[in-house]
Structures are given as C-alpha cells and as structure tokens.
Design a protein around this ligand. Structure first.
Ligand code: TXA
Ligand code: MG
Length: 331
C-alpha cells in the first residue's frame, strides 16, 4: 500500500535514469507503450515480478509479456525459429507479441511455470530508452487492476493502481490503444493467433506465407494451457454490456437516459449525455485508440447498461470486436 499515491514522472533524462535505477533495485514502474500502459519489473528477478501480480491482484497462473529494447536481444529470453525472425523483422518495434520456447534464465514467475515465454519489442521510444537504461528485459502486463479495462494514459494507471505502486512514467496517450497481437509460434508450422491486436491477421499471414489458426476453443485452451490469461472476461467495464452488429439510432433516441449507447461513428442528429461514439467518421485507428478511454468514461457515468456495436471488416476491426465481445461476456 502506498498512502501518498504514485509519483508521475515526465520522460526527462534524469527521471529515466532514476526509474531505471528503481527497476534494477527490484521495484515496479508503470510504463507507457504504444498499445496500452504496462506495469514493468526486471524480467530476470522473480521477486520483482511477484510484485506485479500483487499490485494488480492478478492470479499467478496468468503469464507476463517480456519487453526488449531490440530484436537483437531475443535470444536472451527465447529460442526463436525462422518464422519468429521473419515476423520480428517485419513488425518490431511494434504491437506484436510472439510466444516461443523460453530460455532457462526467464523465471517461472514470468511464464506462470510454462516452458514458453511471450516477448515483444515495443514501439514507444521512451519505454525502449528505459529498458536500455535498466540494462535488462522488463516483464509487464497491462497496468490495470486484474480484469478491468487496460489503461491508455498515465492518469488511467494512477486511478487504478496509484495506491499500490510508487512510480509511473508518463509517455502521453497510447497510439494504438489496444493490447498487442499475440502469435503462438512454439510450433512454427502451426502458428496460432492467440489475441488479435494492432497487427492484423492478413499482414501476419502475408509475412508467414501461411494461414494462422485461431485461438483454441476455450475448453481445450484451459486444459492444454495454450494461453492462460485468455479469460473471456478480461477487459471489462463494470457496467453490463451488450454488443450487436449495428445499433439503430432510432432505438437510442427512445431509450432510457440511464442506458449508454456506444456508436462506432457519430450518429447524425442524436444528442444526449447517454450517446457516445468512438470516432466522428468511424475511422478504425481512431476508434481503437479511444475505445478503452470511452469505456472508462461511460463506467464513471453510472449507467445501468451499455449498448455497443461491432466494427465492420477485418484488421483492426477484429481486435476492436474481440475487446467488445470480452467486455460483454459475463463471468
Ligand atoms: O500490448 C500489450 O501486450 C501490453 C503491453 C504492456 O505490452 N501487455 C498486455 O499484457 O496486454 P496482458 O495484461 O494482456 O498480459 C499478458 C498476456 C497474458 O494474459 C497471456 O494471455 C499472454 O500475454 N501470455 C503471456 N505469456 C504467455 C505464454 N507463455 N503463452 C501464451 N500466452 C501468454
Ligand atoms: Mg491485461
């Protein structure tokens, strides 16, 4: 517990140096990434990583993602194959996480005891500078209390974890706004998409020159432990949420003002404190960037229900729809 609340740091060279020192000493730090904010610790220090789970209230069975400053360091934590090297060359630094056999140096706390590790090189320059200064890979899940919507600003991190952690690096609003795409490459001949994100399925398949399997069915996933942590209710607002293919403005117009309506694009002639939209024109990149912030705003508004609609198409739409589905799924 931290009575005074977390300190928020700007990314000055002096602040980065002190945060790197804290990380080397085994502290946890809230960090900006281009996807969502993370809660980082020394990936080679089991004790430091246990602090992440404690601060988030996250079960130890849910493994962390290891962040590197450069793809050149991949061999220090994982055992990459040719497919992994191709994806790394094409998409790193960026919102893509690869699951690979792990190196013995990565403690079981990071991988939830699995023989595999999830790893990525983030595109946020400030975060990469911090990893470099810390001089070691940093393990980090999203910096939210377990089960809640991921944070896309330093202020979101402060609101959710400010009394449980001491330090947050402010790197502005996350550019992508959704968690990274996760690809399981343990078997390079059968790559599997575990979580859609900022890098689309098509782009990945083009580089891999083969189709990606979807995530294993949920029951099979649980027993085979392919992706612990892929719990369906994982990015959820507190307000009960229903998602439909498309919302009708006419339904919203005659709805109770205690129910929130979340459109992809701004609905013409519809106004009110219960009407929300992700982007003026429904641009998918802008919609992804704003989704979590808007869900948080609706949650703070005391509505009894959220009506949301799916985004059309593949690519980023697949990631947006995945998060909406998770927001809507009951425990
Ligand atoms: O964009 C992101 O991925 C952000 C930023 C901070 O990098 N991180 C993030 O982590 O969203 P989060 O909270 O989703 O937790 C990491 C997830 C786990 O829940 C799990 O699904 C997956 O990564 N994961 C980690 N290690 C894994 C492994 N060995 N096998 C399969 N999935 C794994
Ligand atoms: Mg998370």
């Amino acid at each position: 517990m931290n009575r005074r609340g977390a300190r928020v740091y700007r990314g000055t060279p002096r602040n980065l140096a002190s945060l790197a020192r804290l990380l080397r000493a085994g502290e946890v730090v809230g960090v900006p990434t281009e996807t969502v904010y993370g809660l980082a610790a020394d990936a080679f220090a089991a004790r430091a990583c246990r602090k992440i789970f404690r601060a988030k209230g996250r079960p130890l069975s849910d493994p962390l993602i290891v962040h590197l400053a450069s793809a050149r360091d991949l061999d220090t934590v994982a055992q990459p194959n040719a497919a992994a090297r191709r994806l790394a060359a094409a998409f790193w630094p960026g919102p893509l996480t690869l699951v690979l056999p792990k190196q013995p140096a990565v403690p079981g706390e990071v991988t939830a005891g699995l023989p595999s590790v999830a790893v990525r090189v983030p595109a946020h320059a400030l975060f990469r500078r911090l990893i470099r200064l810390a001089g070691r890979p940093l393990a980090a899940p999203s910096a939210n209390p377990f089960g809640y919507v991921s944070p896309t600003t330093a202020e979101h991190v402060r609101q959710g974890l400010g009394r449980r952690i001491g330090h947050i690096l402010d790197g502005g609003a996350s550019r992508v706004g959704l968690e990274s795409t996760i690809v399981d490459l343990r078997d390079p001949n059968h790559p599997r998409l575990l979580r859609p994100g900022g890098v689309g399925r098509r782009e990945l398949e083009k580089v891999l020159r083969q189709k990606l399997a979807g995530p294993a069915p949920r029951a099979a996933r649980r027993s085979a432990q392919v992706a612990p942590g892929q719990l369906s209710r994982h990015y959820s607002p507190r307000t009960p949420t229903v998602v439909r293919a498309q919302l009708r403005p006419a339904d919203a117009a005659c709805s109770s003002p205690r129910e929130a309506w979340l459109f992809l694009r701004r609905p013409a002639k519809l106004r009110g404190p219960h009407i929300f939209w992700l982007d003026e024109r429904g641009d998918l990149e802008a919609a992804a960037r704003r989704l979590f912030a808007v869900l948080r705003r609706i949650d703070a508004g005391g509505f009894r229900k959220i009506h949301a609609e799916f985004a059309p198409g593949g690519g980023l739409a697949e990631a947006i729809n995945d998060r909406l589905r998770r927001a809507a799924s009951a425990l």
